[in-house]
Design a protein around this ligand. Structure first.
Ligand code: HEM
Length: 461
């Protein structure tokens, strides 16, 4: 019998194996297809891109994204296209906040050298700070706790099982009290971001004659597309999609907070865990850093392109631990996948986790082996090799890929250049727990704890 706990990347990979790579579930209220081989992913993401262009939403997502006023849940069409262009061109640039926040983390680690550090918590704090600062600017840092509480409640509500998603007529009864929580969460976000927007508008107004003012954050950038007309009419203006409403601004900020925080944190923590588990690979990365950077100065962004082995380590970790293990799409018309009729509105999941470990596509698929990318025409994750899709592929693939990779590579380069790392209490690399937990992302089941030991002749203070 089909069990709900099989709906994880591991459970679905097992089921797909039994059914030749494709698992198809059809019941009265649910029509779902899970594909788990590179060839099926190609069929779905490339060939059928035009019929699977949307991410499915539920009641919570509709409400918390102001009725899909964001990018990630906007239906494919002119509004989504404009939002995506805006995000890629204006917002997802290489933010200075990455450099500054990595530096703050390294300084904090240096003061703890010799003692065990919870890497998972540290890295999550790092990515949250990067994105918070990029979105709101430096001066808003003191309100971070309030915003994190809002994010956490949003996250719980996104993931909550709501019976009204399956039986809409029950929504008005609010049997689980979820409607009340949704309204409260959205009111908190409204209040929080409205204050920030008002502060920014006032600041920008005062600085209007200051030509040297170029220290903008994401809210500043978004405000340059904000229209008073949109404010009155609060709808997505398709005639002029670049006139944003406050709802659009709030919803985009939430996309970026959700899209960019846990994904990058999960990648960095997994990379550190794989390196702790494989001291020989850690040694090779450090050797490369010795050659490219040396021990008398710190890593700079311009060094990253020369750190080939470090990039292979990042790739290999994303293959084994894609931060988003299941890509969730929705058909916009009736269609067919591998001979199955799929009606409009069905869920199609692509199991990126299983595909990265596919035996027909990868030699020794469960082995962590960064050297596999040395060969010519090695698979890459830019979206054309369907055996390697941690960022997805096609028009709904990740628009934050460059930024996510930049933050990941810069953080790892500094962490392993500045410090040697040991496991606490004499733990052996083979004893490290490498299990994950399933959710929207698949982070480590147990947080990584390790001891940093300074290794530079350069002093931090
Ligand atoms: C290692 C880091 C990251 C990974 C592995 C990752 C992975 C992904 C994946 C797999 C998707 C969905 C693809 C699909 O459904 O087919 C996605 C979408 C998205 N990501 Fe990322 N991501 C990362 C970093 C980021 C960052 C840093 C941001 C923003 C600053 C971001 C923003 C988004 C957004 C807004 C979408 C939705 C795009 C749309 O629907 O058009 N991601 N990401």
């Amino acid at each position: 019998m089909f069990m709900l706990d099989q709906l994880t990347h591991r459970g679905l990979a097992q089921l797909a194996k039994q059914y030749g790579g494709l698992f198809h579930l059809q019941s009265g209220v649910l029509h779902m297809v899970v594909v788990s081989t590179p060839e099926m992913a190609r069929q779905v993401l490339q060939v059928q891109d035009n019929i699977l262009p949307n991410h499915p939403a539920n009641i919570a997502i509709n409400y918390l994204t102001y009725d899909r006023a964001d990018m990630a849940f906007a239906h494919y069409g002119p509004f989504w296209r404009q939002m995506r262009k805006l995000c890629v061109m204006k917002l997802f640039k290489s933010w200075g906040s990455v450099r500054d926040e990595v530096e703050t983390t390294i300084q904090a680690l240096a003061s703890k050298a010799g003692s065990p550090v919870n890497i998972g918590e540290m890295v999550f704090g790092l990515t949250r700070n990067i994105i918070y600062r990029a979105a709101f600017g430096l001066s808003s840092n003191e309100n971070q706790d309030e915003f994190v509480a809002i994010l956490q409640e949003f996250s719980k509500l996104f993931g909550a099982f709501n019976i009204a998603d399956f039986f809409p007529f029950l929504s008005r009864l609010d049997l689980q009290g979820l409607n009340k929580r949704l309204v409260k969460a959205r009111n908190s976000l409204d209040k929080f971001i409205d204050n920030i927007i008002d502060d920014h508008m006032e600041k920008n107004y005062k600085n209007i004659s200051n030509a040297e003012e170029n220290d903008t954050d994401m809210v500043d950038d978004l405000l340059s597309f904000y229209s008073e007309r949109g404010k009155e009419n609060e709808t997505n203006d398709l005639q002029n999609p670049l006139s944003l409403t406050r709802d659009n601004i709030k919803a985009i900020i939430m996309d970026i907070m959700f899209g960019g925080t846990e994904t990058v944190a999960s990648a960095i923590e997994w990379i550190m865990a794989e390196l702790m588990k494989s001291p020989e690979d850690l040694r090779r990365v450090q050797q490369e850093l010795n050659e490219v950077v040396g021990l008398d100065r710190r890593v700079q962004e311009s060094d990253l392109d020369k750190l080939t082995y470090l990039k292979y380590v990042v790739k290999e970790t994303l293959r084994l631990h894609p931060p988003i293990p299941l890509l969730l799409h929705e058909t916009s018309v009736d269609s067919e996948v591998a001979g199955y009729f799929i009606p409009v509105g069905s869920r199609i999941m692509v199991n990126a986790w299983a595909i990265g470990r596919d035996k027909t596509a990868w030699d020794d698929p469960d082995l962590f082996n960064p050297s596999r990318y040395y060969k010519e025409n090695a698979a890459d994750f830019k979206g054309n090799n369907f055996e390697f899709i941690p960022f997805g592929s096609g028009r709904r693939s990740c628009p934050g890929m460059q930024l996510g990779l930049h933050a990941t590579e810069l953080a790892i380069a500094h962490l392993v250049h500045c410090f040697s790392w040991e496991l606490p209490n004499g733990m052996k690399p083979s004893q490290l727990d490498m299990m994950d937990v399933f959710g929207l992302t698949a982070p480590r089941a147990t947080r990584l704890v390790a001891v940093p030991i300074s290794r530079l002749s350069y002093t931090f203070f």
